[in-house]
Design a protein around this ligand. Sequence first.
Ligand SMILES: [Zn+2]
Length: 337
Amino acid sequence: MDLSRYSRQMLFEPIGDDGQRQLSHTTALVVGAGALGTVICNQLVRAGIGKLRLIDRDYVEMSNLQRQMLFDEEDVKHFLPKAIAAKNKLEKMNSQVTIEAIVGNVSVENIDHLIKDTDVVLDGTDNFSTRYLLNDACFKYQIPYSYGGVVSSRGMTAFFIPGKTPCLRCITKEGEGSGQTCDTVGVISPAVDMVSSFQVTETLKYLTGNQHALRHTLKTFDVWHNRHYDVKLAESDPNCPVCRQNSFPALQKSAENEETVLCGRDTVQIHRKSDINLEEWENKLAKIANIKRTPFLLKASIREGTHFVMFKDGRVLVQGTEDPVEARTLYDRYIGS
Ligand SMILES: [Zn+2]
């Protein structure tokens, strides 16, 4: 493989020719193609990772463009799923990298398959239930987990290595989130870029044979209010099920509830048991709804502010409510089981 395009990175001594070659034989799983995920993918693909597997369940909206750097107004116009829009851009950036894009949910059912054959997992999610799932799967399969979170002007990041560092469960407690999300208190793009840059930097160290350079801290910062902290990742929590008992709670749960509230987005996701034929549903709903269909999804507006977005993999987003019961009622009324 011609590596000359990476000349400036190979001139950087810790990476060099050897590190670049090593990197080109590695695979990363990026979960989420939102703010963090798009910056992560951009950097990994430009840096010359071998293969990128990317999964995201959402589609591009105008309010994403302020910080989700792989998307543009054309993607919004075409209701492109984020995974597909990201793949389109990434392939133009670097045709040497194999990009596998998946439109879907990360769940107990598919995490084994997604994580298989990957060298590292990078977190571009926005919720702790998915993060615990990634954490537990990574520790079970002994794969490093590059964690990142961002809200407002604050960021948090750590690089967890099974057998070497504590895990996410050791430093956060389930259900202890601040309750603030990007959808309620907003987020500025520089904070996103910083967190994802730290996530990718540790990943590059790990994948290019520079493990001695890893930071081994939980880094938190507020880029607006000029605060930075590093807390050493030392001992694992004596009560941590993952690190101390070799048990993985997130992997043991049976399938999630069918309804998932997408935090702060005025959206409830309902997961059907079967695939969705978009053309069929376009015909069924045409009389009662304003329909837009793309190769990937169907958006049906049944009244001002209330939409269904249906994906081929069986997911239906009910937009215009955060109440699972109301969402289920709308779903049953117009779509049914
Ligand atoms: Zn732990």
